[in-house]
Design a protein around this ligand. Structure first.
Ligand code: 5GP
Length: 116
């Protein structure tokens, strides 16, 4: 797949407000936050969309959710709650083609999210 802005963030070629990093993933603040807390949790392995997740990525994708839960606990937002969501392709509102979990928190979030 072609390189995205997130590869540059992983390689520290452009700055980001990184809140967590390990061998498999990186979490940083969204540049255009949609909630008081809005983080992006991305695998270091570039995978374009949910449709491109392979069988071999099973543990990696699980790791993204475990990382979201760990960060939420560390930030003290686990009990109040949060949303962890991944957009896919045009109708899902995906803009960056390197899968990422949005971790949104800090307020009561609206549902359903059908606004265009
Ligand atoms: P998507 O629409 O693909 O699900 O979400 C992409 C997200 O990446 C958006 O919320 C957008 O604000 C964020 N984003 C795009 N470019 C950058 C960047 O260079 N730095 C950071 N921190 N976030 C970005």
């Amino acid at each position: 797949m072609s390189e995205t802005i997130f590869t540059k963030i992983i390689n520290k070629e452009i700055p980001a407000d990184i809140v967590y990093e390990d061998d498999l993933c990186l979490a940083f603040k969204d540049i255009n936050p949609q909630a008081p807390i809005h983080l992006l949790i991305i695998p270091k392995k570039p995978i374009a969309t949910i449709n491109d997740i392979a069988e071999e990525d099973r543990e990696l994708v699980g790791h993204l959710f475990l990382t979201a839960a760990k960060i939420a606990k560390d930030l003290g937002i686990a009990e109040d709650g949060y949303r962890a969501v991944m957009n896919c392709n045009k109708n899902g509102g995906q803009e960056v083609y390197h899968i990422h979990l949005h971790l949104l928190a800090g307020q009561r979030l609206g549902w359903p999210p059908f606004a265009s």
